[in-house]
Ligand binder design. Structure first.
Ligand code: GLN
Length: 394
């Protein structure tokens, strides 16, 4: 038999999704793959039921390839107000199958095979695969712990010396919880404009930013609308990760191209789900305040519990992930540590090394998009961590 594609030969299973399978196998409390174990808003479920039973045949057929009109109209209104940009529902939006497809379509729209794309490390694991699938070559720029700050000279070198054509910017960041400050974003924007490059954002945690930090949209900075593809999703904001609804927002010249890439990739996101979710895009501000309160409480619960146990960890500025420092256990492999954590302690985590380009082995990632009782159960089990996992020496 002839060999399968070279391009995909080096692909491994997603470590995040693998850890969910391992957690399930050991009956562990799964704090690895980030998704809620609580219901979406009741209004959204009612709306889904209504769309399913309305008998309108069109709700069950393809929507317009770049997204159902009701969805795009509601999204344009919501995001225009938040981003401070006049977003046109027909010209500037493509609705995709999650932000995962949005990012892939954005990469294929911007990059030619052989082009370089700058990625901050640690990074969400899909970006590396997106680069490979689109033929682009990733250039990694470290976000240095403990503050996950970056060296502007190193970032500039990615464009000046390595010729990066675009930057992938996950803000708020998965996994490190960094929320880029406005001065940091201005600095990045300045470099990107100077080297005539693009920014592809991943802003799926835009509504989960803890005070006093605030979310600034890269596309809203002077001169950046023209060169930014903003990708986001409804998964985290409305607790519907399984609905697979995401989108890109970009100027019409770029959006025209994304529409075509998206059409050939997937034709469209699920039509009835797009119809059903439009009501959520019109929720009042109080919905987003409540969401943030909910996650602030969960962050305090998990971080406070880890403090009580004396387990060192990061405190996220945004998103819903915490990185635990496991250096005291002396494991040569954090994958092995996570296997032991699921098997012996009963908690599912993601090995930090799957997010870093650098040889980093001292972190594991937990998420807190779970009911308080689930988080308490995980903390209870983590109470036995040092008893059950002996330090590896030598
Ligand atoms: N973004 C989530 C995480 O980092 C879910 C990833 C996924 O499996 N799509 O865990």
């Amino acid at each position: 038999m002839r060999r399968l594609s070279d391009r995909t030969e080096t692909f491994t299973d997603s470590v995040i999704r693998r850890m969910t399978r391992i957690s399930n196998a050991y009956g562990a409390v799964n704090l690895s793959q980030g998704f809620p174990d609580f219901d979406p808003p009741a209004e959204l479920l009612e709306s889904l039921g209504h769309v399913a039973s309305s008998g309108s045949v069109l709700n069950h057929q393809y929507s317009i390839t770049w997204g159902a009109q009701a969805f795009r109209d509601a999204l344009a209104e919501k995001q225009s107000a938040r981003m401070g940009i006049d977003i046109d529902p027909d010209e500037h939006i493509v609705v995709t199958c999650g932000s995962t497809e949005a990012m892939m379509a954005a990469m294929m729209t911007v990059a030619n095979p052989g082009d370089r794309v700058a990625i901050f490390s640690p990074f969400y694991e899909n970006y590396g695969a997106d680069a490979i699938l689109s033929g682009a070559e990733p250039v990694y720029v470290p976000l240095v712990p403990p503050m996950f700050s970056f060296d502007p000279m190193r970032l500039e070198a990615a464009f000046r010396d390595e010729g990066a054509k675009a930057l992938i910017l996950c803000n708020p960041s998965n996994p490190c919880g960094k929320v880029f400050t406005r001065p940091e974003l201005e600095l990045i924007a300045d470099i990107v404009k100077r080297y005539d490059a693009y920014v592809i954002t991943d802003e799926v945690y835009e509504h989960i930013v803890y005070a006093p930090h605030v979310h600034t949209y890269m596309a809203s900075l002077p001169g950046m609308w023209e060169r930014t593809i903003s990708c986001s999703s409804l998964s985290k904001t409305y607790s519907i990760t399984g609905w697979r609804l995401g989108y890109t927002i970009a100027p019409s010249g770029i959006t025209d191209r994304i529409k075509k890439v998206h059409d050939f990739l997937t034709v469209g996101a699920a039509a009835p789900l797009q119809e059903a979710v439009a009501c959520a895009l019109k929720f009042p501000q109080s919905y987003y305040d409540d969401l943030l309160n909910l996650y602030s409480g969960k962050r305090d619960l998990l971080c406070g519990g880890l403090d009580d146990l004396g387990i060192p960890h990061t405190v996220p500025e945004g998103a819903y992930y915490v990185m635990l420092d496991i250096s005291e256990f002396g494991y040569a492999s954090d994958l092995e540590f996570c296997d032991d954590l699921a098997r012996l302690v009963g908690v599912g985590a993601v090995p930090g090394s799957s997010f870093f380009k650098e040889p980093e082995n001292r972190y594991v990632r937990l998420h807190f998009a779970k009911r308080d009782e689930t988080l308490r159960a995980a903390l209870k089990r983590l109470g036995g961590l040092r008893e059950r996992i002996a330090p590896h020496v030598g």
